[in-house]
Design a protein around this ligand. Structure first.
Ligand SMILES: Cc1cc2nc3c(=O)[nH]c(=O)nc-3n(C[C@H](O)[C@H](O)[C@H](O)COP(=O)(O)OP(=O)(O)OC[C@H]3O[C@@H](n4cnc5c(N)ncnc54)[C@H](O)[C@@H]3O)c2cc1C
Length: 441
């Protein structure tokens, strides 16, 4: 057991973040119960990248082999403008610091199997409806269940109930934006057989991003499910979001609407979209600004999208949540036997360490969208010229680059901070600093 004391921990939500956390904590010897409202492990969701620091966390939880078997590593990203046939930039990922291209269901399944194997209990059909936090943190479920713990972690996603229960006097609803993303599965053999798309397959494992005013076309050419790949079509200003807070943010849509919205894109992109037989449209949102990620007594904590849902334009939502599971697992190792009072100090430390990184990355995601959907004109031409120039730069000597979170977001220093961030090292430095009063023995 890596932890000094076995805490009783309840995790609300069996999404990719809740299940990764359950694996890490159960492996450390904590007694972990996950409460999930769905009746089984089922999710909506499409392809995702899992970023290198998150992959390392999953490896540290013993999920390395499972994770490597589920995705394609080494894709490059090919950036184009909507009606240019030549790419603006082919940007290869850095060797050994490459995201894994997979899908959300698969990450969730790996987490579920890991959590159960590590000894966590995952209970389905358990919708958490109330939280009591005066003395021992306790949640109640719709079916009359009552669960108490030393620590309750809300990993219940962007529309988090735990977040709303923690701050009942404030509006803690998720914030829908004007942006939507169409998500479609496409049969890979059909794409391969279409000679208009041959050029796309010259870079195996690549992801093709095409910019247009107010829109981005993201086309994958690698399998993300059996025999299928996927397209994401971003429309930055689709119209006002639904006012009903219970309205679904993921609904079926007509492929004809999607094709119409992208009918001024290149012949290649239009040819790809001809293969879309059905699609869904996803309203994009963010978490509200929370006064804190934790209760005032420090024994209820938010993690993942419940704490910091961000727009998906840095492909970092799951990864930031998984990074957080690594940090929390490390910090809880410091809780001393018979010292429940250590838990608040550790959750305070968790928030102090995590917030600056997550907020920086959420801003990056937002900025990426603004840059990608620029209207035609001087700013768009400047962006495209800058991308072309990047392709002519000499190869970066990564070993000589120092990571720097304050550097320009296009700089190698910032990229290194994104990809080479080392969680055990960061936690160790943080614990030694005087930023927070964390138990030392
Ligand atoms: C179009 C799109 C593309 C994306 N691409 C990427 C990408 O490339 N890389 C990346 O890292 N991220 C990406 N993301 C973000 C990513 O999908 C989310 O960040 C991630 O799913 C969050 O995981 P989570 O476990 O925190 O929450 P969720 O996946 O939302 O899971 C929450 C769980 O809690 C359960 N739950 C909710 N309420 C209750 C309750 N009251 N009681 C019990 N259980 C409850 C839910 O049923 C669910 O199972 C993308 C998102 C979108 C929309």
């Amino acid at each position: 057991m890596a932890a000094k004391t076995a805490l009783r921990i309840i995790i609300v939500g069996a999404g990719p973040v809740g299940l990764a956390l359950a694996t890490g904590l159960a492996k450390d010897g904590h007694s972990v119960t996950v409460l999930e409202r769905q009746s089984s492990l089922q999710v909506t969701g499409g392809p995702i990248y899992v970023q290198p620091p998150a992959i390392r966390v999953l490896e540290s939880f013993g999920l390395g082999d499972a994770v490597q078997s589920i995705g394609v590593a080494g894709p490059s990203i090919i950036w184009s403008y909507k009606d240019t046939s030549e790419p603006l930039l082919v940007s290869p990922h850095r060797p050994n610091h490459t995201p894994l291209s997979t899908d959300r269901q698969t990450v969730q399944k790996v987490g579920y199997e890991g959590a159960v194997a590590a000894g966590a209990t995952v209970l389905f059909g358990k919708t958490v409806t109330s939280l009591e936090n005066e003395t021992t943190p306790t949640v109640r479920t719709e079916d009359g269940g009552e669960y108490s713990a030393d620590l309750i972690v809300g990993a219940d996603g962007i529309k988090s109930k735990i977040r709303r229960l923690l701050f009942p006097d404030q509006n803690m609803d998720a914030i829908p934006t004007n942006e939507v993303i169409f998500h479609s599965d496409v049969a890979l053999d059909e794409l391969r057989a279409d000679t208009r798309l041959t050029g796309m397959f010259e870079h195996p494992g690549s992801c093709h991003f095409t910019f247009g005013p107010g829109r981005v076309n993201v086309l994958l050419i690698e399998p993300v499910a059996e025999g299928k790949t996927a397209a994401y079509n971003v429309v930055s200003n689709y119209g006002a979001p639904p006012t009903d807070r219970n309205a679904s943010w993921y609904n079926s849509a007509e492929p004809s609407e999607l094709r119409e919205l992208f009918n001024d894109f290149s012949a290649r992109d239009r040819a790809y979209l001809e293969h879309v037989k059905s699609c869904n449209v996803w309203r994009i949102g963010t978490a509200p600004e929370t006064p804190s990620w934790r209760s005032s007594n420090g024994r209820v904590l938010l993690i993942g999208d419940a704490a910091h849902a961000m727009v998906p334009h840095a492909a970092q939502g799951v990864s930031q949540g998984i990074e957080s599971t690594g940090v929390l697992t490390h910090l809880l190792r410091l809780a001393r036997p018979d010292h429940l009072d250590d838990v608040p100090a550790l959750t305070e430390g968790f928030e102090k360490l995590r917030r600056p990184r997550v907020e920086k990355i959420a801003n990056l995601s937002q900025n990426n969208l603004q840059v990608r959907v620029l209207p035609d004109g001087p700013a768009q031409e400047g962006r495209d010229a800058a991308l072309r120039k990047m392709g002519q730069m000499p190869a970066i000597e990564w070993d000589k680059i120092e990571m720097d979170m304050s550097a320009d977001s296009n700089s190698p220093q910032f990229t290194k901070w994104l990809t080479a961030y080392d969680i055990p090292l960061e936690v160790e430095r943080f614990v030694k600093s005087d930023l927070v009063d964390i138990p030392s023995s």
